[in-house]
Design a protein around this ligand. Sequence first.
Ligand code: AMP
Ligand code: ZN
Ligand code: FE
Ligand code: FE
Length: 285
Amino acid sequence: MLDLHIHSTFSDGTLTPAEIIEEAEKCCIKGIALTDHDTVAGNSEFLETGKSSPVVTIAGVEISADFSHPEESVNHGEMHILGYFPDWNVDTEKALAPLSEIRKNRELRNPIIIEKLKELGCDISYEDVQDFANNDVIGRPHIAAVLEKNGYVKNFREAFDKFLSKNAPAYVPKQIFSTETAISLIKDSDGIPVLAHPGSLKIINDGKFRWFLEFLIDCGLKGIEAYCLGQSESETCRYLSFADQYDLIITGGTDFHGSHKPDIKLGSGFGNLRVPDSCLENICR
Ligand code: AMP
Ligand code: ZN
Ligand code: FE
Ligand code: FE
């Protein structure tokens, strides 16, 4: 079993990299990758702790990229690009320094969300959110948690449904990289760019999916996360078949966030995800 899509306290997960490794050992997971949003700051702790563990640890990142939907009637898809760095070294971190631009953009967006929430009757302070997050990738999950803590919502889900999700009243889009920039940043840092949870693109038509995938491959995409949560077996087969046709590597993971998404277990997701061990060889070869 593997889990190649994991968030830690360095972005919006609730376990530290070391705790993630400990959890992976308990769950008998063979290999894991840390893929925090917009930061690689957790990778050194992750790899260092991994040295004394039987679990194989791979450095990574997850970057949101600008996405224009090819099916005009649908416009709510999102695209995330995962980057894997099997040969992580000091130069990798330097090469990925432009990620700080996205983190700065978050700092512009968050106070606007807080302001909108205030207008909607939720009086939380940005300082509280910053204290809660305790890192520099502050996002909607942290705001959701503070809303819950202050009793404005019953739980995390309600925070998103009522206020923070894309069509809700406190939603503010974040400035993100273009597809080309996100993929080349990973490639130029000796990383492997992989399309995360391809279902979130919400491209239903096969021809259009193919057309878009070809565009991503032209940008330098090398893989597709065929094994992930929230999709049927036939959808998994759809992505496996695209991988085969376009000679893309296959990866998979749960998108683990710790107690922010308590139903999702490391490695097995809702209980039945099994990412084949061959996916590790795809990344490490
Ligand atoms: P941000 O990067 O600040 O826009 O936050 C995005 C993160 O919020 C995602 O990676 C998820 O962890 C979480 N998220 C987005 N939409 C939802 C939702 N509807 N319910 C729960 N969590 C969500
Ligand atoms: Zn997240
Ligand atoms: Fe994602
Ligand atoms: Fe993720």
